[in-house]
Ligand binder design. Structure first.
Ligand code: UDX
Length: 435
């Protein structure tokens, strides 16, 4: 099939590069000339393992291209994916300007019988609004609109796309559903279940799945707090929980709170939608509130050890919202840095991939070029993101470089005994302080 992807962010680019591994001609379309020029020269603007190779393979194979020219690429398309951003507005509602601008740009150019696929995360009812818009601008009913939400984790987006737990296809008619099933046939192994449903259900599946994961995280973070107050150990508790398949072991790692470009946005969107629909979700509201409070107070766990008015030097390792991404959007690590600064600390920051984002979020001064530079002379060390590079550190060598000896491991990447052997006073999440 002739496939066009509108939007070249991490979802659009991964979708295009992965679909190009099938029997399809794929063109990624964007309005950003600079971005398209860079992509055409093999420069990938995002850090996603495996994406560079797939893009190179698609371009070399001649079935993946990049363009800014809708007139040239849209008329011949069988399927157009809308994969543009839907950031949360001030009221927590997803902003759909880019979605409708993209729909307007393709609707009149598409040949009759083509399909628009909404891959962007959009509120319930958007599929219907897009269908109305297409009918209005074309004056005919020749284009079908399908909802096909993505479940891609940043840092694992390529593998998540090619090995999904499920493919959700929301359409009102069999023919449109079958066309998308056919499209994925040569891209994704048959073992991944194809769930054909209606558009509103497909739209809600995305929000409900992400919000459930966020609720699970806020719950495990609260249980970690309870562990700290009762001498229990979170790893033992979550192991005892997760062996029950109804709970599952995944997503039970406590931390400084969840972040990223999805959970905060999607939980707010679900909450607003539920309130607007007269079915307010108090559970999602509580998870959002618990997460917000947690992120805001992580820095207090450090500063409580220093007298008010002192200006300790605190090294923070990690600024991205999780490991294996360069994204600092809604990163709890940034909240920790801001909290430390507000409390009078001098902060020194290092991250393997997120320094560009850190520069934008916290300015140039705190940035360091290496772990060694960040920990040099520090009164305390905070682990804010669970990069492998940090887990492999020689804590004795780190301790010798530091002035103080306190280690705050907000991702539980170290074993308390290793920290004790290195002569460090070790604080972590959901574990009693034993040394
Ligand atoms: C998430 C969903 O996983 C994905 O399916 C959806 O399409 C987009 O949103 P992503 O935001 O990339 O993906 O990150 P994810 O790996 O899910 O982590 C989200 C947040 O939860 C991160 O801040 C992470 O640090 C945190 N987290 C995750 C934990 O604190 N503990 C865990 O056990 C897992």
């Amino acid at each position: 099939m002739n496939v066009v992807i509108v939007g070249t962010g991490y979802v659009g680019l991964v979708t295009g590069a992965c679909i190009a591994t099938g029997d399809h001609e794929v063109t990624c379309l964007d309005i950003d000339e600079e971005k398209i020029a860079a992509l055409s020269n093999g420069v990938i603007p995002i850090h996603e393992p495996g994406l560079d190779a797939l893009v190179e393979q698609g371009v070399a194979g001649g079935n993946l291209a990049f363009s800014t020219d809708a007139d040239a690429v849209v008329p011949g398309a069988d399927v157009v994916f809308i994969a543009v951003g839907t950031p949360a507005g001030l009221n927590g509602q997803p902003q759909l300007d880019a979605v409708f601008a993209s729909v307007d740009s393709v609707a009149t150019r598409l040949g009759a019988g083509a399909t628009i696929v909404i891959k962007s995360t959009v509120p319930i009812g958007t599929n219907s609004a897009v269908s109305d818009r297409v009918r209005e601008v074309r004056g005919d009913d020749e284009i079908s609109v399908v909802s096909n939400p993505e479940f891609l984790r940043q840092g694992a987006a390529v593998s998540d796309f090619l090995n999904p737990d499920r493919i959700v296809i929301g359409a009102w008619d069999e023919e449109s559903t079958q066309r998308i099933i056919d499209l994925y046939a040569s891209v994704i192994d048959d073992s991944a279940p194809r769930l054909a449903t209606d558009p509103p259900s497909a739209e809600l599946i995305k929000y409900a799945a992400n919000s459930f994961l966020a609720v699970k995280l806020s719950f495990v973070n609260e249980i970690a707090d309870l562990c700290e107050q009762t001498g229990a150990s979170i790893a033992e508790v979550t192991a005892g929980m997760g062996t029950d398949p109804r709970i599952g072991n995944a997503f039970l790692n406590p931390g400084p709170g969840y972040g990223g470009s999805c959970f905060p946005k999607d939980t707010s969107a679900l909450l607003r939608a539920s309130q607007g629909a007269g079915a307010p979700s108090r559970i999602v509201a509580a998870a959002i509130d618990a997460n917000r409070t947690r992120r805001r107070h992580m820095a207090d766990r450090v500063m409580v050890h220093f007298d008010a008015g002192t200006t300790p030097v605190v090294a923070v390792l990690g600024v991205t919202f999780k490991a294996n991404t360069d994204d600092v959007r809604e990163s709890p690590a940034i909240d920790i840095v801001h909290g430390l600064m507000r409390a009078g600390a001098t902060v020194k920051v290092y991250d393997p991939e997120g320094m560009e984002g850190a520069r934008r979020a916290i300015g140039e001064d705190p940035l360091c070029g290496s772990v060694e530079e960040a920990v040099e002379g520090a009164d305390a060390l905070v682990i804010a993101t669970e990069w492998d590079e940090f887990a492999k550190l020689d804590l004795r060598a780190v301790s010798e470089r530091m002035k103080g000896s306190m280690l705050f491991d907000f991702r539980n990447i170290f074993d308390p005994s290793d920290a004790a052997e290195a002569g460090m006073t070790y604080y972590s999440i959901g574990r009693p302080i034993r040394n």
